[in-house]
Design a protein around this ligand. Structure first.
Ligand code: C5P
Length: 317
């Protein structure tokens, strides 16, 4: 599943773990970097580790649903973060703009690591809801590293960026890699890209209440038989969407449902409206259905928004 050159237990990322370079060009010291949401279509928790994290076997997809991060050089050495004027109020709640935000943490580490003595303004146009299992904050951090390298330090090695990413969280390396699909192992930071055939479409919705990742992990039942990501990976490689739906799995769904009854009820309601299996991404609380094609996804989205009176998203991979 993972080759020797990307072994995280040694604390290093080899040449096989690259960094996405899909930024817009730098113009007048300003750069715009998309921050795509991820979706987990498979997640097994293998064991609890001594460092408090959990060993995972998970399949992540990079969707086209994104925040947008604009980075502007400053004349002084300060780093500041603000929302774009167009960011809706309900998406600002719970997202700190101080040094605890992953954008500023990533920027601080980048400057320390590469000895940079320059400042920047970060303007975040938020679309991905927080606490939704779509890795919005992690994606912001990955895009910060991608953007700052382009702006300040083009010679910075992929491996160094992956080391910073892993020190900040478990999902950042996947988003940094730019892979469309990957098996992520260890605590999530070891990324093995999967060549994916065709496109995938999902209709997703989130209850009002988010989930706390730490609390959800603490509720995992380790007595159930373990599952493997191998069959999901096979579906991605062959592009067999019909079989994929039978193999999508998330070990965190049960503990998350126990903690978030609103989400559990939403899953039941969605299943009865669309008559198809409903899944959860990451530690939730976003839930989704797999669609056969874009037309079905748009239809599902329309039905779901009408019946649940809740905004949903079409997630395209
Ligand atoms: O890595 P990240 O900051 O996204 O993780 C948030 C929390 O989720 C961690 O503090 C930890 O409690 C839990 N977690 C875990 N095992 C993982 C990933 C996350 O226990 N592999």
């Amino acid at each position: 599943m993972q080759n020797d050159s990307s072994v995280g237990s040694r604390g290093s990322f080899g040449a096989s773990q690259a960094v996405c370079c899909g930024t817009k060009a730098v113009k007048d010291g300003t750069i715009c970097v998309p921050c795509p949401a991820k979706l987990n279509i498979f997640l097994e928790v293998l064991r609890r580790r001594e460092d408090g994290y959990h060993e995972l076997d998970t399949v992540m997809l990079r969707t086209q649903f994104s925040d947008m991060l604009t980075i502007q050089q400053r004349d002084d050495e300060q780093v500041k973060l603000r929302f774009s004027d167009a960011t809706p109020d309900h998406l600002r709640t719970g997202v700190p703009l101080d040094g605890t935000n992953l954008i500023l943490k990533a920027a601080r580490q980048f400057r320390e690591r590469f000895g940079i003595r320059r400042g920047a303004d970060f303007i975040l146009h938020k679309q991905i809801p927080p606490e939704s299992g779509l890795a919005g904050g992690s994606s912001n951090a990955a895009s910060t590293l991608i953007g700052l390298r382009k702006l300040w330090s083009p010679e910075a090695a992929d491996e160094s960026l992956h080391e910073i990413a892993a020190s900040l969280g478990s999902d950042i390396n996947f988003l940094l890699s730019g892979a469309r699909a990957a098996v992520c192992s260890s605590r999530g930071e070891i990324v093995t890209p999967v060549p994916m055939k065709g496109s995938l479409y999902f209709a997703a919705v989130r209850p009002q209440t988010g989930n706390s990742t730490g609390a959800v992990f603490r509720g995992v039942d380790f007595t159930a038989p373990r599952r493997s990501s191998a069959s999901v990976v096979e579906c991605l490689k062959t592009g067999n969407v019909c079989t994929l739906s039978e193999r999508v799995f998330n070990r965190l769904t049960q503990p998350a449902s126990s903690l978030n009854s609103e989400m559990a009820e939403l899953m039941v309601a969605l299943q009865s409206i669309l008559r198809r299996p409903v899944f959860m991404s990451g530690s939730g609380s976003t839930v989704f259905v797999l669609c056969e094609h874009r037309r079905q996804a748009m239809q599902d989205l329309h039905t779901m928004e009408l019946r649940l009176r809740r905004k949903g998203w079409l997630l395209e991979v």
